[in-house]
Design a protein around this ligand. Structure first.
Ligand code: NAI
Length: 341
């Protein structure tokens, strides 16, 4: 099977080459992202392998279908960058639903601890032999209330970690699970000292932290986002920080990240004023969509993606297939188990 692999990073090549050999899948690694301008590179391949910032809109889907692409293998969990409705009946879409929820949950706690204990500042100071403690006062997490939005795989692990720290956990989820203290979104906004986002990006969750919700937050709240950038309206967040409502923000994702994240812009002038202003704030920590990046996760991503592709090639059931009906129909074909179409 021949697969065109887009948006390749150096850390992808070793694991995909290794697992690809085991399953007889040949990858052609392209550095460029997949979009309407680059999709001709997929001609002659059986499928494409893509990541979070490739743009698979309906135009791209039609082009891929016309050139005979049969499968889109997402090497990530989120799929808001793929028009899955346009794919239905034409191109099968598979993903990696979980590669290491621990990686993301642990990174979220790493960001929180860095922020509340000012580790980012202390690190820079001691590198410069500045051993002053002035301005480094933090606060205990023990006893604080954390509001978790989205109690899926990652949210649940983050909750376990927070409980280990002796924090009070409240949660909001459209589909609650047993064992959690669920509250309304408004209650979560007004009661939480820390808010962590672990829900997918959808029409409902777009700008879930925005001008209106920021007005409901507890003064000094810390906002953590390791899910998807557009869950937060970045301009409203900036305004909330300036008005001293938001005490700190830790962002692994950013709404306009696609042209910036994963690339080295040191030495360049970054045009995005909102991001530049956020990064200039002493109480904002930004990592560039790094939460997933552990050795375990990279192996799991390559293992599951190549298994998805091999199952497709052998005509087997695709347990990680996606379609536009995912989560919306009770009688899901995939669970029976058939393919989505
Ligand atoms: P999951 O599907 O296991 O959990 C998502 C949870 O959100 C579910 O419990 C679902 O019921 C809930 N949810 C759905 N709609 C909601 C709504 N309107 N309001 C509140 N809750 C809602 O997903 P998982 O694996 O926990 O991942 C969460 C998110 O983390 C993903 O959607 C993805 O965007 C992000 N992610 C980020 C990574 C990174 O490197 N920064 C890596 C992997 C995932």
């Amino acid at each position: 099977m021949k697969i065109a692999f887009f948006d390749t990073k150096d850390y992808d090549i070793a694991s995909f080459t290794r697992f690809g050999k085991e399953r007889d899948i040949q990858f052609k690694f392209y550095e460029t992202r997949l979009n309407a301008d680059t999709c001709d590179l997929a001609r002659g391949f059986d499928g494409v392998c893509v990541f979070v910032n490739d743009d698979l809109n309906s135009e791209v889907i039609e082009k891929l279908y016309a050139m005979g692409i049969k499968i889109i293998a997402l090497r990530c969990a989120g799929y808001n960058n793929v028009d899955v409705k346009a794919c239905f009946g034409k191109i099968h879409v598979v993903r990696v639903p979980a590669y290491s929820p621990y990686a993301v949950a642990e990174h979220t706690m790493a960001l929180l601890l860095t922020s509340v204990r000012r580790i980012h500042k202390a690190y820079n100071r001691t590198k410069d032999f500045n051993f002053s403690l002035s301005g480094l006062t933090g606060f205990d997490l023990h006893g604080k209330t954390v509001g978790v939005i989205g109690t899926g795989k990652i949210g649940k692990i983050f909750i376990d970690i927070c409980r280990g720290f002796g924090m009070r956990v409240i949660a909001y989820d459209k589909y609650p699970s047993p064992g959690y203290d669920y509250v309304s979104l408004d209650e979560l906004f007004s009661e939480s000292d820390i808010i962590s986002l672990h829900c997918p990006l959808s029409e409902e969750t777009y700008h879930i932290i925005g001008e209106e919700s920021i007005g409901k937050l507890k003064k000094g709240v810390i906002i953590l986002n390791t899910s998807r950038g557009a869950l937060i309206d970045a301009d409203a967040l900036l305004d909330g920080i300036k008005r001293r409502i938001v005490g700190a923000a830790c962002l692994d994702v950013y709404e306009e990240e696609s042209d910036l994240f994963f690339h080295d812009f040191s030495g360049h002038i970054v045009e995005d004023d909102t991001l530049a202003r956020l990064i200039s704030m002493p109480n904002v920590i930004v990592t560039s969509h790094q939460a997933f990046l552990t050795e375990e996760a990279l192996d799991n991503i390559a293992d599951t993606t190549t298994k998805n592709l091999a199952d497709f090639e052998r005509g087997e059931h695709l347990e990680n297939e996606l379609c536009y009906q995912c989560g919306r129909v009770d009688d899901c074909r995939k669970n029976r188990p058939y393919r989505c179409f």
